[in-house]
Design a protein around this ligand. Structure first.
Ligand code: SAH
Ligand code: SF4
Ligand code: F3S
Length: 468
């Protein structure tokens, strides 16, 4: 009775979302989620394998967690997620460091695995599934700000980008029943949430009610693609702000852009990972598009939504990348003008096409220098693009107290830029409460940096009641 679980998530937002499914499955077993490892009877690390460094961080963390066993001999430590899938029994047998290992498709078996662990065994389940979407499981929100939430719409990835471990750790692509997605979003609205991010490794290849061969599964129901799903959620939850991540450039259709343009509640922001600006490198990466094709998709985004913000992921120093290829990446960055970017040094991952067939031949110092050039250029671009908002009035959804000062609140505009506003702006009449998480306010942007905007709230967009 009164068992406590502490879950820590690494890697992408999918893991954050999966941890909430895990918390839900464990809640049915009487586990309460706590936010301090020291209080827990069960510690679960939901892990990432995308780069070697990500795995190293977790291996160190496992040791730290195991040290807590000195004070609590019943404490169990488990590994979930992508590293669990990739390292499997090695995590228990060779490294002998954890009690439990469960891969991304094995979370329904956690109660059973915990029973095994309870009898002193070490337990493992890393079976991948073609079907599992945890569709009907209502997640227990962890570390929630009560305003924004993630909803997973698909799992796995079939793309086989040459550098990427995800298809090996997450298995085949499958789409979740859209009706359960809409239901989950509607429940979030009922619970007071104001924004949802629809999640998947490649959301725009979402396709429901077709089998692996593309044949209709249930003739009494329609086929639902990503654009359809986006519109279903936008219509069912008109007060909810909707975002999504991540989309793959090769699947970014005009139909999706039309739906985005048509609905004010779909945020004007797209994360469109390019990885490289060189068509030759893109081909080696098996990305399925060229530089020209990518730029055409960006042009189409701008045609449909002139004010849409764009962000991206870039890898420096992939196998065979020349100085000329690298300059092509810099010039593409100039041409597109990304509001934001996640930038990485190539890290070879076991089993991937690149690891098996290509040579990791760009020297470490060259990778680092190229990455620095990419980061510097992005910082300049971000600063320039953020400055365009100064003087504009923007709607901001307040998420919480600013990390920098308790007298300030932070939120985001539709383009996903962070906006900092005073909690008690000059426009807030005396006797009225200051801004609260969940408020939507019109904000005049007064200053910008590469990473955030500052503003002054104008007339509150909703009625702000007197302080209780
Ligand atoms: N599904 C998403 C990306 C998932 S991984 C997509 O296709 O866009 C997130 C990012 O990590 C990738 O976009 C890529 O830029 C980076 N990444 C993936 N594998 C990597 C590797 N082996 N080395 C360095 N960066 C990598
Ligand atoms: Fe990895 Fe490519 Fe799939 Fe993204 S689309 S998860 S980069 S294989
Ligand atoms: Fe990492 Fe797995 Fe996400 S490898 S990026 S946690 S899908």
């Amino acid at each position: 009775m009164g068992k406590k679980v502490y879950i820590e998530s690494y890697g992408c937002q999918m893991n954050v979302s999966d941890s909430e499914v895990v918390a839900s499955i464990l809640a049915k077993q009487g586990y309460e989620a706590v936010d301090r490892a020291e209080e827990a009877d069960l510690i679960l690390l939901n892990t990432c394998s995308v780069r070697e460094k990500a795995e190293q961080t977790v291996l160190n963390r496992i040791n730290e967690m195991n040290r807590l066993k000195a004070n609590n001999k019943d404490l169990k430590v488990g590994v979930l997620g992508c590293m669990a899938e990739r390292m499997r029994e090695n995590l228990l047998v060779e490294k002998k460091v954890v009690d439990l290992v469960a891969g991304p498709d094995a979370y329904r078996s956690l109660p059973h695995l915990l029973d095994e662990v309870g009898t002193g065994q070490r337990a493992v389940n890393v079976l991948l599934s073609r079907e599992e979407t945890y569709g009907e499981i209502v997640p227990v929100r962890l570390n929630s700000n009560g305003v924004t939430a993630f909803v997973t719409i698909m799992r796995g990835c079939d793309n086989m980008c040459a550098f990427c471990v995800v298809p090996f750790t997450r298995g085949r692509e499958r789409s979740r029943d859209p009706y359960t997605i809409v239901e989950e979003c509607a429940k979030l609205v009922a619970d007071g949430y104001k924004e949802v991010t629809l999640l998947g490794q490649n959301v725009n290849s979402y396709r429901w009610n077709v089998d692996a061969k593309g044949n209709l599964k249930d003739p009494s129901r329609p086929v639902v693609d990503f654009a359809d799903l986006l519109e279903m959620v936008a219509l069912a939850c008109p007060s909810l702000r909707i975002r999504y991540s991540t989309s793959h450039p090769k699947d970014m259709t005009d139909k999706v852009l039309e739906v985005m343009a048509r609905h004010d509640n779909i945020c004007k922001y797209i994360h469109l990972p390019v990885q490289s600006g060189s068509s030759k490198v893109l081909k080696d990466m098996n990305r399925g598009y060229t530089r020209e094709w990518y730029l055409e998709r960006v042009a189409s985004i701008r045609r449909h939504m002139p004010d849409c913000a764009l962000s991206t992921d870039i890898i420096s120093g992939f196998c065979g990348e020349t100085e000329e290829d690298h300059r092509a990446t810099l010039s593409l960055m100039e041409e597109v003008g990304y509001d934001m970017a996640f930038m990485f040094k190539y890290s070879e991952r076991p089993k991937t096409l690149a690891a098996r067939r290509m040579e990791d031949d760009v020297p470490e110092e060259v990778k680092s220098r190229r990455l620095t050039e990419i980061i510097d250029l992005q910082r300049e671009n971000s600063a320039k693009l953020m400055a365009r908002y100064v003087g504009q009035v923007q709607e901001v959804l307040i998420e919480g107290v600013s990390k920098r000062s308790a007298g300030q609140m932070q939120g985001r505009n539709t383009q996903n830029a962070m906006v900092i506003v005073p909690r008690y702006g000059s426009a807030v009449a005396p006797g009225r409460r200051g801004l609260m998480p969940g408020d939507r306010v019109q904000v005049r942007i007064t200053a910008s940096t590469a990473g955030s905007l500052q503003g002054e709230p104008l007339i509150p967009s909703g009625p702000i009641p007197a302080e209780a």
